[in-house]
Ligand binder design. Structure first.
Ligand code: PGA
Length: 265
């Protein structure tokens, strides 16, 4: 696990955007797993700017979002489809027929959505880079605490805590869904590379067990300790509860030394 502690949210967004761009340069038809929420917004802004000003192109990219609410139509402004269009897809050159969320149409049996989504991800060759945020309770996607670490895309009931955290986005609390379809933890772990972004002090108590706790379904993000290629990008506030802070700084210092040597060659 590559733990990267950065000055602030802007630096986290820049480092996240840089990771995505590196994958895209290597593989112009990359498959990205994407997240919604507050955290990735600044990273998406940077990708939009790179498309506009630096010739970055998503023309051949496919995307799979982590989750979608059950019961909101795609054009409901609070749906994650609407969020993705607003915050990224409408602003870049992606072919929106290659953008997928685990959406449950009115006539679809919610139980069918998960297996179909899994098959679709496989048919596109799997996810090259998965972007994650983290909930205050350690959830990734909507895999709430006690989710099976081997879970696949399926319906989840949101915790009261998650519903409360997202209430701010809904004018009418009665219109806020309590169910979602989310990629499973095993689905996320299948991605070839993963980047988790966390900013703000309200995430510090979820970040600590993610990196330093035992692997446990009580903190779903802790499963990332078992993945070979994970970067955790944190601002100072989100990193503030880590106990091995000195060690992460020492690693960062060594990395700078090694990359300095390479550049000097
Ligand atoms: P946030 O949500 O980025 O809005 O904090 C993250 C999450 O709940 O996974």
């Amino acid at each position: 696990m590559d733990v990267v502690i950065l000055k602030d949210g802007d630096a986290v967004a820049a480092a996240g955007a840089d990771l995505l761009q590196r994958v895209l340069r290597r593989k112009p038809n990359a498959v990205f797993g994407l997240a919604t929420g507050r955290t990735p917004l600044a990273m998406y802004q940077r990708l939009i700017a790179a498309c506009r000003d630096e010739g970055l192109s998503f023309r051949d990219v496919t995307t799979f979002n982590l989750d979608e609410y059950i019961g909101l139509s795609p054009d409901d402004p609070q749906s994650y489809r609407a969020y993705m269009k607003r915050e990224l897809f409408d602003e870049i050159d992606i072919d929106q027929s290659n953008t997928f969320l685990p959406e449950c149409g009115e006539k679809t049996d919610p139980l069918d959505v998960g297996p179909a989504y899994e098959a679709l991800i496989r048919s596109r060759g799997g996810i090259d880079l998965q972007v994650l945020g983290i909930g205050r309770n350690g959830h990734i996607g909507f895999n709430e605490p006690t989710s099976s670490l081997n879970s696949r895309t399926r319906i989840k009931t949101l915790t009261r805590e998650t519903i409360a955290a997202n209430r701010q986005y809904f004018n009418d609390p009665l219109a806020q869904p309590q169910l979602a379809v989310t990629m499973g933890i095993a689905t996320i772990m299948d991605a070839r590379q993963i980047v988790l972004l966390a900013t703000g002090k309200e995430k510090a108590e979820a970040v600590r067990p993610t990196i330093e706790g035992p692997v446990s379904a009580m903190c779903p993000a802790s499963i990332l300790q078992m993945h070979e290629t994970v970067s955790v990008l944190l601002d100072e506030a989100a990193a503030s509860a880590l106990t091995l802070r000195d060690y992460y700084d020492w690693i960062a210092q060594q990395k700078r030394r090694i990359s300095g040597k390479k550049e000097g060659r």
